[in-house]
Design a binder for this molecule. Structure first.
Ligand SMILES: [Zn+2]
Length: 636
């Protein structure tokens, strides 16, 4: 997240999918769920399958990146060189690949959503040289090159061939830090720092969405070797395996570092005193080498005074694999002294509960910065006086490990699959610590009420609206709370066991790939054997909001029939709180299934022999926009 932004009737799978020879599209999905023409083409080409699986013709491109960086703080210049081998697995001939240069967001004239202070501005990324297949090639960028630049290849890149790109570049790190930049004069957070080939995919072609600092990222799964050269006494934390700890750490620090990988207890790998005494790194320029395979990005932090904690936790009971939890921070940040244990809790809980998939990487490192931002194996969080809030933020960011990173989500277009899932997981893990009542109150205040009570048309834009077409306010509603409410309503509808089965099937089918929302909808329809298109339509493709009303209450032979109008149109769960004449009370819970037959009106039966005195409709976290029509009583 950015904290700042917040201040597929019947047996669908069994009988309704026509054979691919007659039509590649499932009739139900084709007729009732909107599908953009470009996505429809992907189904026609067989890169995606109507049952929700990757299609038999599915492909994605990838790169091998060898990167060398030199940073000599307080000099703000960061120097880089890299060798990229880019593999074209597509059936297309590539003539004009697109290179991403995210840090050009700092150029004074770059299009960006917010205002930029002088401390944010830099001259951007300077490409010092480019070679294509070993041939020096003029860099085609200009002063008007911002966050992406098209190249024209002298020799087209054929299907199933590769191209070799060599870049040398430098940039001045931004004084004002956001998702990246200087954390202080000798602590640099390096993210999005290297030229990379943009995603070229089967449903969108080249990803040329400008990065304007609202919508986030979309990355291929690449293999990386990154070497970061820094002065003595600088520690480098980052994505991937640190390959040469014995070359860069002094023996005592190395022993503590190694021990942290098997320790439940927090080990202070480097204290403030250790850093001041220059007792951590080898006393020379050091090159810290990191490697990670099949991962969407690499991010690093370097500092000469941040302290360093580590511990670990079992994330996979079958293999007893442990994941490392590390923290890097100013010793003055009191909440960060607990951060390794907060992170351990998150790794453990997420692995064993929801999503209930073993944490897929070897570690996470939580760095004290200013972003409230996720990166593969890295988190950049602010320090807070309120440790409840610190835990909330770090749990959210670590939850992002699954969505977007493990799942390869296009965050910039389908933020509902990124922030929406992270927010869902944040709520569920929050309940495990705070209890449902307290967590729900927090969730309502922080994630729901802004949307629930927003009467403007921006709040009503369907969740499926491409995130890159949304203003920040509408993006915030759709990406976070609204999407999470949809997934949580699905969980209530299906029940935990079926919801888990469907979610795991989706994750198993698509991790390491690039799923889009239709892949999720079709997978859930397929795995549950139910056509849930009525549910997807209402939650994701409609202008709905949440407003239920008690319409009529009728005495029946066996009790009462309560007619509920769904004014807003969202198929939410319903809790009917009943009070009887004898003073007793009851809560009747209905899942969103009550809206399957008719999305505008449902009847709830209350089987009772008692005399009903009053009823209250309580949506819980599905906050009702107008609660004035949520009450009924025998004597008005
Ligand atoms: Zn997030």
């Amino acid at each position: 997240m950015r904290v700042a932004l917040l201040l597929t009737a019947g047996a669908f799978a069994a009988g309704c999918v026509p054979a691919p020879t007659t039509s590649p599209l499932p009739q139900a999905a084709a007729t009732s769920l909107y599908m953009p023409r470009a996505v429809r083409q992907a189904y026609l080409k067989g890169t995606r399958s109507p049952d929700g699986r990757p299609g038999t013709n599915y492909w994605q491109n990838r790169g091998r990146y060898n990167i060398a960086i030199t940073a000599l703080p307080p000099d703000r210049t960061v120097l880089g060189s890299e060798e990229i081998t880019y593999f074209n697995n597509s059936p297309d001939t590539i003539r004009t690949p697109v290179i991403r240069l995210f840090l050009n967001i700092h150029k004074p004239s770059a299009p960006r959503n917010g205002r930029a202070s002088a401390a944010y501005l830099t001259s951007g990324v300077h490409i010092d040289s480019l070679a294509v297949n070993g041939q020096l090639t003029p860099w085609p960028g200009s002063e008007n090159t911002f966050t992406f630049q098209q190249l024209r290849l002298a020799t087209p890149l054929l299907p199933h061939d590769s191209v070799h790109l060599s870049f040398k570049w430098h940039y001045e790190i931004s004084v004002q830090s956001g998702r990246e930049g200087m954390l202080d004069s000798t602590t640099y957070f390096l993210a999005y720092f290297y030229p990379r080939v943009a995603v070229y995919d089967d449903y969108n072609g080249w990803d040329t969405m400008p990065f304007t600092d609202v919508q986030e990222f979309y990355s291929d799964f690449n293999d990386y070797n990154v070497a970061i050269t820094v002065p003595a006494n600088y520690v480098v934390w980052g994505t991937g395996t640190l390959l040469n700890p014995s070359e860069v750490l002094q023996p005592a620090a190395l022993e503590r570092f190694n021990r942290s990988f098997t320790s439940d207890q927090t080990i202070n790998v480097a204290t403030r005193a250790d850093m001041a005494a220059k007792a951590i790194t080898r006393q020379s320029m050091n090159t810290w080498r990191f490697r990670a395979a099949n991962i969407p990005d690499m991010t690093f932090n370097l500092s000469d005074h941040y302290v360093w904690d580590g511990a670990s936790v079992v994330v996979d009971d079958a293999t007893h694999r442990r994941a490392s939890a590390q923290a890097a921070y100013n010793d003055t940040a009191t909440d960060f002294h607990h951060m390794v244990q907060y992170a351990r809790y998150a790794l453990d809980w997420l692995s064993h509960n929801w999503p209930g998939v073993p944490y897929p990487y070897e570690k996470t490192t939580v760095v004290e910065g200013f972003a409230g931002m996720e990166y593969p194996m890295m988190v950049n969080d602010e320090s807070y006086a309120d440790t409840v809030f610190s835990r909330f933020v770090v749990e959210h960011e670590i939850a992002h490990t699954y969505f977007p990173f493990y799942m390869g989500i296009n965050e910039s277009r389908y933020a509902m699959m990124d922030e929406g899932w992270a927010t869902t997981l944040e709520y569920l893990i929050g309940i495990s610590r705070l209890g449902k009542e307290r967590e729900s109150a927090f969730f309502d205040r922080f994630r729901v009420i802004g949307w629930a009570t927003n009467p403007t048309p921006l709040g009503d834009l369907p969740i499926i609206t491409p995130a890159d077409g949304l203003s920040p306010g509408a993006y915030g509603d759709n990406a976070y709370g609204k999407s999470a409410l949809a997934y949580l309503a699905l969980k209530d509808l299906l029940g935990d066991a079926t919801f888990g089965t469907a979610l795991h099937a989706f994750m198993e089918r698509w991790h390491g790939k690039h799923p889009i929302p239709w892949d999720f909808f079709n997978t859930v329809n397929d795995v549950t054997g139910r056509n849930l298109n009525w549910f997807w339509n209402s939650w994701f493709f409609s202008n709905g909001y949440i407003d239920l009303a008690i319409s009529t209450v009728t005495r029946t032979g066996g009790g009462y029939a309560v007619s509920i109008d769904n004014i807003g149109g969202m198929p939410t769960p319903v809790d009917l709180q009943a009070r009887y004449a004898d003073g007793s009370t009851d809560v009747i819970h209905e899942t969103p299934a009550i809206w399957e037959a008719n999305q505008r009106r449902a009847t709830v039966s209350i089987p009772t022999r008692k005399s009903l005195e009053a009823l209250v409709l309580n949506g819980g976290i599905w906050l009702d926009a107008d609660s004035a029509n949520n009450r009924w009583s025998q004597r008005p």
